[in-house]
Every structure is written in structure tokens, then in C-alpha cells.
Design a protein. Structure first.
Ligand code: NAD
Length: 239
């Protein structure tokens, strides 16, 4: 085992409360493209930011839904399964307090068994009625091109945080990050604000050990005590 992996293993063994902060790179090994890599969703869909937007949903809800479903491959979502990285995090709950702050909307941390997950950008697997707030799952969303509330007949709104919407559970996520004794980022370019401010807050106000695991460098690597440029699957295999 290399020096870096020995150090990571020691940090994990010693920690009592680990806060993981995960991005789209967490799920690429489950087959879901990330956002900014070569085959990422953003590069495949030049109009991504215009479509996945609260304004667009408000003004053109009938145009919004088919495009939204196409971009996120909604019909195929049930095929994506949690990978070894998701399971590694979930299994740590047997011995430690574990929180997961995720930018992902795919629900794979919960599928793997993690119980303390903050879905900052919401979930692709649910939608709700803007009037009565009734929630609907993926099976219902796949039944029709334009999913409506069965009670109000309003067109549903995805539980994904659209550009222009407020993010979810930011306070709770910051509290978990600041009370952890080990903070680990996995598979995120840290390009998306305001969530990318959480590592800065940890560095400034918690000053606990911070680890970055990503395939490529990010602008914030200087904040971290240990930086490993590798795939998450490889890191877990080495541990
Ligand atoms: P990003 O695409 O900006 O960055 C992903 C990073 O992960 C990249 O730097 C890439 O090099 C790295 N990476 C890819 N595969 C990896 C692997 N196997 N091991 C280690 N590193 C790997 O993603 P982001 O920072 O999460 O920001 C993108 C935004 O898009 C987020 O807000 C997220 O909500 C959304 N998104 C979510 C999903 C999902 O739910 N699975 C997928 C795509 C985008």
C-alpha cells in the first residue's frame, strides 16, 4: 500500500465522525455521466443550464418535461445501481457517525444504505405537486410524458433543484461538516456554488483533517491535507 493510502486508512480508522462530500464523480462508476468531464451531461447538452431552470419550468412547463426527462435519462434510471464507493461509505456507519453531503440527485447513497444523506440539489427520483405538495415517485413519472397531480391536475415539479431554485438543507449540511473530525470530498470538481463553499468553511472554522479524492485537480486542492488523484473505485480497492 502506498504512503498516501496508508495515510488515508489511518485517518479513517482514527475518525469518529466522518463527513463525506460527494459529486457526480461518485456515480460515474455506476454508469451515470458526470457534469464536466469529456462525456459529461453539460458537454452533451449545450442548453443544459437553460432547460434545467426554474424560469423555463415556470414559463413553459409542457416543453420543460420532455426535455428534462431526456437530459436525465429518466426511463433508464432504475438500471443504475450503487457502486463499491457508495457501499464503502454506507458500511462505515456500522462503526462511526457518518454524514453524506451530496450534490448528486440519483439517490444511490440511500440505495447503498447510507442513512444521513443531505441531498443539496434534490432528487431526480421524486416530483411534487406545486399546489397540494403531494409527492410522486419515479414509476409514476414514467407513466406519462406530462406527469400531473392526480388530485389537482397541476403539472408536477421535479424535486431536483433547478437553476434559480434555492438549494436544500444547506444549514444542516454545514453543521454536519463543521462537527466532523474528518472531511472527505469524493468526485467533485467543486465548481458549483454555493455548495463549493462548504470545504472553505471546514478549512476556516473546523480545521479538521481534510481529504480530496478526485480523478483530476480542482481549484480548491490547496485546502486539503491529503489529495489523491485516482478513481474512487481504485481508492476503495486499495483500502
Ligand atoms: P463535475 O462533473 O463538475 O465534477 C466531477 C468530478 O469527478 C470531475 O472533476 C471528474 O474528474 C471526477 N470524477 C469522475 N469520475 C470519477 C471517479 N470515478 N473517481 C474519482 N473522480 C471522478 O460534478 P460536480 O462537482 O458534482 O458538479 C456537477 C453538478 O451536476 C452537481 O451539482 C450535480 O448535482 C449535478 N450532477 C449530478 C449527477 C448525479 O446525480 N449522478 C450527474 C451529473 C451531474
Amino acid at each position: 500500500m502506498s504512503k498516501q493510502y496508508k495515510e488515508l486508512k489511518q485517518l479513517i480508522d482514527d475518525a469518529k465522525h466522518i463527513c463525506f462530500f460527494t459529486g457526480a464523480g461518485m456515480s460515474t462508476e455506476s454508469g451515470i455521466p458526470d457534469f464536466r468531464s469529456q462525456n459529461g451531461l453539460y458537454r452533451q447538452n449545450k442548453s443544459f443550464v437553460d432547460i434545467v431552470a426554474a424560469d423555463f419550468y415556470e414559463q413553459y412547463p409542457h416543453e420543460f418535461w420532455p426535455l428534462f426527462k431526456e437530459i436525465f435519462h429518466i426511463k433508464m434510471l432504475h438500471q443504475y445501481k450503487a457502486n463499491t464507493g457508495h457501499r464503502f461509505i454506507a458500511e462505515l456507519e456500522e462503526a462511526k457517525t457518518v454524514h453524506v453531503i451530496t450534490q448528486n440527485i440519483d439517490g444511490l447513497h440511500q440505495d447503498a444504505g447510507s442513512t444521513n444523506v443531505f441531498e443539496i440539489h434534490g432528487s431526480i427520483k421524486r416530483a411534487h405537486c406545486p399546489s397540494c405538495k403531494e409527492e410522486y415517485g419515479l414509476a409514476y413519472l414514467n407513466q406519462s410524458a406530462l406527469p400531473q397531480c392526480t388530485a389537482c391536475e397541476r403539472l408536477l415539479k421535479p424535486n431536483v433543484v433547478l437553476f434559480g431554485d434555492a438549494i436544500h438543507q444547506f444549514d444542516e449540511a454545514v453543521t454536519a461538516a463543521l462537527s466532523s473530525d474528518l472531511f472527505i470530498v469524493l468526485g467533485s470538481s467543486l465548481e458549483v456554488a454555493p455548495i463549493n463553499q462548504i470545504p472553505l468553511l471546514v478549512s476556516r472554522y473546523n480545521r479538521t483533517n481534510m481529504v480530496m479524492i478526485n480523478k483530476e485537480p480542482t481549484h480548491y486542492d490547496y485546502l486539503f491535507d491529503l489529495v489523491i488523484y485516482d478513481s474512487i473505485g481504485q481508492v476503495v480497492a486499495n483500502l
